[in-house]
Design a binder for this molecule. Structure first.
Ligand SMILES: NC(=O)c1ccc[n+]([C@@H]2O[C@H](COP(=O)([O-])OP(=O)(O)OC[C@H]3O[C@@H](n4cnc5c(N)ncnc54)[C@H](OP(=O)(O)O)[C@@H]3O)[C@@H](O)[C@H]2O)c1
Length: 398
């Protein structure tokens, strides 16, 4: 089955034995035995249980929709009608436009998937955006298309940023700091992410940890004096493999030569997304004036799987539907895959919630505070991660 991760490769790092929270959210681990078939003849009496079942289903459905709707003060009344998890990024942005309009945001990995919709929602709500992306051509094209779409030249800007190269991160940060020396950054959105076969960053770090965490760490550190809030894109992937703890030593000692054989890139993705939650918590702990959040966008049709599958996210989702029709038929009613516009809404919520409503260091999903694994609350691991990131990026911090 296309969505199943390889279980071979390096052993999963230490587990806490902790309970796995909301395991069903991780579609890759869902299993279904399928419905049992009864050959009983349908009688008129069987209509009543059917009706009762339908009524119960509707009650549960309404409960699910309402319970996932977080309405806070200052929201427009229409917000109640849209379940939080189905809210689009622009709808989320319009809940707190005062925290976006005229303010400056920096976003990584903006010309693809969720980043594109996050950027558009910010511009749509009157914000200003600096985007970072690996390809100079794509950055220029994206900035150009946005300035046409939003009829603005001065609210969008972009520079090359390769998070797999700490020198490039340093250069990007310098560009931002020099160009926007009089502005504060309302939100740094660490959105870019990668899942890929074994590879090293330019400085020899494991690619997923290097891009998803360390590159973003350096950017966050360099922009820290100007940043009011950081948002780190994470994933329910942090719950995979029974939500193991972060193994910082593994990454400290990692090398392409030594660790390439049997490398499990999904396990590495799990660790990197766990690290995103921990690092957001640790930034918040070390810098009380800074606000941070990590957020899981949901499962979205994007190009996320492009390095590991021949297919797109769309194909992956179709395969999932074919493989688990029962799960989709039962859970799919209120847990369908989100569109990129819906996926970007949790990022927008995390970056625009008023300070008194944000849980700094918190984990967000479906536009509300979510429950992460126990491993994601391990502040010893968070501290070790922060110290290691500081160490490996120290040459590039000045
Ligand atoms: N899609 C989902 O279902 C899902 C679920 C949970 C979490 N997430 C998280 O959401 C975030 C956005 O993912 P997405 O679904 O929008 O994926 P995507 O469509 O693949 O977009 C990822 C973006 O990151 C950029 N990127 C990758 N490596 C980079 C590097 N070395 N330097 C700079 N930029 C780099 C990509 O640029 P290139 O095009 O140049 O590679 C692309 O713009 C990720 O952090 C991901 O982990 C996604």
């Amino acid at each position: 089955m296309i969505l199943a991760r390889g279980t071979s490769g390096r052993k999963a790092p230490m587990t806490t034995g902790s309970e796995v929270v909301d395991q069903r959210e991780d579609v890759l681990l869902v299993s279904s035995d399928g419905p049992k078939v009864h050959n009983q003849k349908m009688s008129s009496y069987s209509v009543l249980p059917g009706l009762l079942f339908a009524a119960l289903f509707l009650v549960l459905l309404s409960f699910t929709c309402l319970s996932s709707t977080t309405v806070t003060k200052n929201q427009h009344p229409g917000a109640l009608l849209v379940p939080a998890r189905k809210r689009t990024a622009l709808e989320a942005a319009n809940l707190h436009p005062e925290n976006i309009k005229g303010k400056l945001f920096v976003i990584t990995g903006a010309y693809g998937g969720i980043g594109t919709e996050t950027t558009k929602a910010i511009l749509g709500a009157g914000g200003r955006v600096v985007i970072g992306g690996r390809s100079s051509d794509k950055v220029q094209e994206f900035v150009h298309s946005l300035s046409l779409e939003f009829n603005t030249q001065d609210r969008v800007d972009g520079y090359v940023l390769d998070l797999a190269d700490l020198e490039s991160v340093q250069m990007f940060a310098t560009n931002v700091l020099e160009t926007y020396k009089d502005d504060s950054i309302q939100g740094l959105i660490n959105n870019a992410g990668v899942v890929a076969p074994v590879a090293a960053t330019k400085q020899g770090l494991e690619l997923q940890m290097g891009v998803n965490v360390v590159g973003h760490f350096l950017l966050a550190k360099l922009l820290l004096p100007k940043t009011r809030r950081q948002v780190w894109l994470t994933s329910t992937a942090h719950l995979w493999d029974d939500a193991p703890r972060l193994d910082v030593d593994y990454y400290r000692n990692w090398s392409l030569e030594k660790d390439a054989e049997g490398f499990d890139y999904w396990a590495a993705y799990q660790q990197s997304k766990l690290a995103d939650i921990l690092i957001a918590k640790e930034f918040s702990r070390r810098y009380p004036q800074l606000e941070t959040a990590s957020c899981h966008p949901g499962m979205i049709y994007t190009d996320m799987g492009k390095h590991v599958y021949d297919e797109t996210m769309f194909d992956i989702v179709l395969d999932f539907i074919k493989e688990y029709p029962f799960v989709v038929a039962t859970e799919g009613f209120w847990r369908p895959v989100k569109s990129p516009q819906e996926g970007a809404s949790t990022t927008i919520t995390a970056v625009s919630l008023p300070s008194n409503e944000l849980i700094s260091g918190g984990y967000y999903k479906d536009c509300a505070v979510g429950k992460a694994s126990q491993s994601a609350s391990n502040m010893d691991d968070a501290k070790a991660l922060f110290d290691w990131c500081d160490e490996v990026t120290s040459l590039y911090q000045s």
